[in-house]
Design a protein. Sequence first.
Lengths: 114, 114
Amino acid sequence: DTEVTQTPKHLVMGMTNKKSLKCEQHMGHRAMYWYKQKAKKPPELMFVYSYEKLSINESVPSRFSPECPNSSLLNLHLHALQPEDSALYLCASSQVLAGGHEQFFGPGTRLTVL
Amino acid sequence: AQSVSQHNHHVILSEAASLELGCNYSYGGTVNLFWYVQYPGQHLQLLLKYFSGDPLVKGIKGFEAEFIKSKFSFNLRKPSVQWSDTAEYFCAVIPQTGANNLFFGTGTRLTVIP
């Protein structure tokens, strides 16, 4: 299984809602990533988990809260988002966090904040 | 600091024309190189990658890229484009040492006119 899956595919939420994005991989990868991608822009790194521990937080606002419950799952909890947070949220994984390893991307969750 | 440059922001070609998209990177060490494609409304897909060996790599859908170490370049080519190649193309690099940070270029939008 060389796939990264993400649910839901689409999400519309109000600014007062709480929702979660889910990501799963069964490749035995021990590094997982959250990216945010605005239209026609490259993905921007948000968080990196290595062996289920948060390794990198790229100064992301606290209304985004990542969680890695086990080595296969990565969640992104959303609360009190702003309309400018509307974007495609991509999950990726790689074998380990050490350099040079290819990152495998999921299809993304397209988030709209009203 | 590491950076990836894609000088062509928007390329417009007629079907059957040849394509070359430029990618230059700035990094003092050894890197692995990638080209990703994102079709309208879809997720990132890996076109091809270079880790080592033959600097001319072939990818999916007739694309190829050549790694020229002396020029820090990894240009993407296709001899004859099709309307279905209309998409956003991202060059990316990962340093082989250190954290597995994936540095994206700003992307090149390709429009193929039938």
